[in-house]
Design a protein around this ligand. Structure first.
Ligand code: SF4
Ligand code: SF4
Length: 399
């Protein structure tokens, strides 16, 4: 596969993957902040308010990721990942097809219908990060004039204007994210550059200029709003391959293509290495935090002092086991014990339920034979829901 066509394939794949991720992330609760139900989700786990730091770590992870990418690769997010750019490019390409150029009425209807569908889907996807997707779906389906529908409609209207009319003018003049990315880039960041040493090879065909959806002339190296899409690199390669010469436009770390390799080494050894290290630490913290998180908390409180009392049935010690449900779903819990000494009997409910965001106390009684040795004894109490188990060591003292 030629370098140019592989560039198109890779860019199309990354655009499609990001588009799919945009819709799937909230649907699978990979990252979602449900403002109506006050629920937080990170990597499929629902977090309580006390665990919301994981949500903040996730946001920090994304910010550092963007910083690192912008420092290394410039506005590559815009050209390779941004859903708005993907949709705008798709509609631009469609409009330029000869079939549509010759049939303006059909073109108008098709572009309007596509812009409408894309904007509605994008508004739904965006809102799903903050409102339960099924709630949005039924609000739209039933044309229910509630707040959810109103917010959906406003977002849809804004996106429709962007996709149907404004398209890349927004990227060039108004996108705050694009501007922030441009500021983060420095003179070693990846960019598309013109190979100055071979300027005499240029045929002035302007294929590179015509294909640029950001209205830039890549030969000038004045490419502040360039999104590193690589279309001009490919266009020039197609033209110059006919005279058996390589493209005059190329990806380069820094404007001088001869210094690209040295600049890349300097970039990786500088601030970017710190950002990449920070990214790995935050990512590790996030995966660890989400993997050990369980949606309930247990605390065990003795009733009537911490020392067992001697009764006719032997030594007795009673506890309240307090279980707090941090999730917005009812929890079905199973309780069981391990490492219980011979002769010691325990009484507790085997299974019980806790309502969403609720708290309950269940009784636990220890009965030990009169002849048990004096001093400290212990066993483990386990609470299980699904495949998550929390264990607590319970001590009791025989006087
Ligand atoms: S200058 Fe080239 S790489 Fe930059 S946006 Fe235009 S076509 Fe894409
Ligand atoms: S496509 Fe290549 S040859 Fe044609 S004008 Fe651009 S740089 Fe020159």
């Amino acid at each position: 596969m030629k370098q140019g066509s592989s560039l198109i394939v890779w860019r199309s794949i990354t655009q499609l993957l990001l588009m799919a991720a945009f819709f799937l992330v909230p649907l699978f609760d990979i990252l979602r902040l449900d403002v109506i139900n006050k629920e937080f989700y990170v990597l499929g786990k629902e977090l309580s308010l006390s665990q919301v730091y994981l949500f903040l770590v996730f946001i920090l992870f994304i910010l550092v990721f963007i910083l690192a990418i912008s420092k290394l690769l410039g506005r590559v997010f815009c050209g390779w990942l941004c859903p708005h750019n993907t949709a705008s490019e798709f509609l631009n390409r469609l409009e330029s097809k000869r079939f549509f150029r010759k049939r303006p009425v059909i073109k108008g209807i098709v572009i309007f219908a596509l812009a409408f569908t894309i904007s509605a889907a994008a508004a739904f996807g965006l809102l799903s990060y903050f409102i339960t997707p099924s709630l949005i779906f039924y609000s739209i389906l039933e044309l229910d004039m509630n707040l959810t529908f109103a917010i959906f409609f406003v977002i849809f209207a804004l996106l429709f204007m962007l996709v149907y009319k404004i398209r890349h003018q927004f990227c060039q003049n108004a996108c705050p994210y694009g501007m922030a990315q441009s500021i983060l880039a420095d003179n070693k960041t990846l960019r598309v550059a013109f190979v100055e040493d071979r300027r005499e090879d240029c045929l002035d065909c302007e294929a590179c200029t015509r294909i640029c959806h950001m209205n830039l002339d890549p030969r000038t190296n004045q490419l502040d709003t360039c999104v590193n899409c690589g279309d001009c690199v490919l266009a020039c390669q197609l033209v110059l391959s006919k005279v058996k010469k390589p493209s005059l436009l190329t990806y380069s770390f820094g404007q001088n293509t001869n210094e690209s390799k040295a600049n890349r080494r300097k970039l990786l050894a500088g601030q970017s290495s710190f950002l990449l290290l920070l990214l790995m630490i935050l990512g590790g913290f996030l995966v660890y935090g989400a993997s050990v998180y369980v949606p309930y908390e247990i605390s065990v409180k003795p009733i009537g002092g911490k020392i067992a009392s001697l009764t006719e049935q032997g030594y007795i010690q009673a506890y309240y086991v307090e279980v707090e449900n941090h999730s917005s779903k009812q929890l079905n819990l199973r309780m069981y014990a391990s490492e219980v000494e011979e002769g010691v009997a325990l009484r507790y409910p085997d299974t019980f339920q806790i309502p969403k965001n609720g708290k309950i106390d269940v009784g636990l009684t220890i009965q030990a034979p009169e002849l048990i040795s004096k001093g400290l004894h212990s066993f483990y109490l386990h609470l299980q829901t699904g495949d998550s188990v929390q264990s607590k060591r319970i001590n009791f003292t025989i006087p």
